[in-house]
Design a protein around this ligand. Structure first.
Ligand SMILES: NC(=O)c1ccc[n+]([C@@H]2O[C@H](COP(=O)([O-])OP(=O)(O)OC[C@H]3O[C@@H](n4cnc5c(N)ncnc54)[C@H](O)[C@@H]3O)[C@@H](O)[C@H]2O)c1
Length: 339
């Protein structure tokens, strides 16, 4: 894999997942050599991740893509791959994702998201890989009362184990920037959606259930709000971050935390109404109390991303839901697994 010409090798942890597989595709389109490092865990059906990787592979006919089956907590394997590939940048997306499941197994979340992140940074420091991008989350803002959420807001009050692990990841990143002169961007993603979205996430779950005529569970009164980011916009933001971290040779060490959202709030009731309209089908709704760990709202101030990365999200929610539903229908038509 080593002697390719081009802008260099990017190691993407979690490359078989929702965001990771889209990112691998974009990187290949832009001429990078890409190594995905993923353990295909059973958080959701493994065959979905295999399908994601097949899709990435189909975009690369010139051997520029390698999928490595591996766990970021397997230090020996991780170091071996890093030493062999010597990536220009590591984009770290592998994680136990999801707020609610983190309440059931907080130790596992810490093990993967905190210990795993530190092992990866150790490998970077050991191999003199200076460029690193970390997938953080809007959940670090907890129930921040000020909107929109800015990177300078206090994030000392996470309300779920997942959020705490993401905040911990940001802190560990800072430490490696400081001690090893790395250039690091921590990106706070705001609910990402679109084709291949994780089946546990609300848009995917609701669309599937409404389509089947079954009842959806709506937590709270429908007034909780989210800033939803279409996958292509999220990926453009990550690519902007990549250009910023790698910049010119010998650029000074740097560390930035940056929001990536659409900067628009959609209520749960509006989200359901938009899916109903797109599917042409009414939802049957069971109302349940708000879940512990869920935040009331998320809303990104994206001025820093605009300024630093030239980030300019372009897909409004209605259009994005249209693309998502088209994708879901195409899977159903092909008889492929959706969850
Ligand atoms: N999707 C969102 O809305 C959202 C929002 C905020 C933050 N994030 C973060 O973005 C990243 C990607 O999220 P996603 O939605 O694509 O999730 P995903 O679950 O689809 O992808 C994560 C991938 O990481 C892999 N993985 C998990 N543990 C691993 C380990 N120990 N070693 C190697 N690989 C491992 C999984 O197999 C999976 O393919 C995660 O870090 C997540 O916390 C996502």
């Amino acid at each position: 894999m080593k002697n390719h010409k081009g802008p260099g090798c990017i190691l993407v942890t979690g490359g078989a997942g929702f965001i990771g597989s889209h990112l691998c595709e974009r990187l290949l389109q832009e001429g990078y050599r890409v190594v995905s490092f993923d353990n295909f865990n059973n958080f959701y059906d493994r065959s979905i991740k295999e399908r994601n990787i097949e899709s990435v592979r189909s975009q690369s006919t010139d051997g520029k893509f390698l999928s490595v089956y591996g766990d970021i907590r397997d230090k020996f394997h991780l170091f071996e791959v890093m030493e062999r590939e010597r990536p220009l940048c590591v984009i770290h997306l592998a994680a136990m994702a999801g707020v609610r499941p983190s309440l059931q197994d907080p130790l596992h979340y810490t093990d993967v998201n905190v210990v795993g992140t530190q092992l990866l940074l150790e490998a970077c420091a050991g191999m003199k890989v200076r460029h690193f991008i970390f997938a953080s989350s809007s959940s670090v803002y907890g129930n921040n009362s000020k909107v929109p959420f800015a990177e300078t807001d206090c994030v000392d009050y996470p309300i779920s184990p997942y959020a705490a692990t993401k905040k911990a990841g940001e802190l560990i990143c800072y430490n490696y920037f400081h001690l090893h002169a790395m250039r690091i961007a921590c990106l706070r993603f705001f609910t990402v959606y679109g084709p291949r979205q994780r089946p546990d996430l609300a848009i995917h779950k609701f669309a599937r259930i409404i389509q089947s005529g079954q009842e959806i569970s709506m937590y709270g009164d429908g007034e909780s709000r989210r800033d939803y980011t279409y996958i292509d916009d999220c990926i453009s933001g990550v690519m902007g971050a990549l250009r910023w971290v790698v910049s010119e040779k010998g650029a000074p060490a740097a560390y930035e935390i940056v929001n990536l959202g659409e900067s628009r709030m959609i209520s749960l009731a509006e989200m359901i109404a938009c899916i109903e309209k797109t599917l042409g089908k009414k939802a049957r709704i069971k109302r349940l109390p708000l879940q512990p760990g869920d935040v009331e709202r998320t809303y990104a101030d994206i001025s820093k991303a605009r300024q630093l990365f030239g980030y300019a999200p372009a897909t409004d929610f209605e259009t994005g839901i249209g693309h998502f539903v088209d994708w879901l229908h195409s899977l159903e038509k092909a008889g492929a697994k959706t969850s």
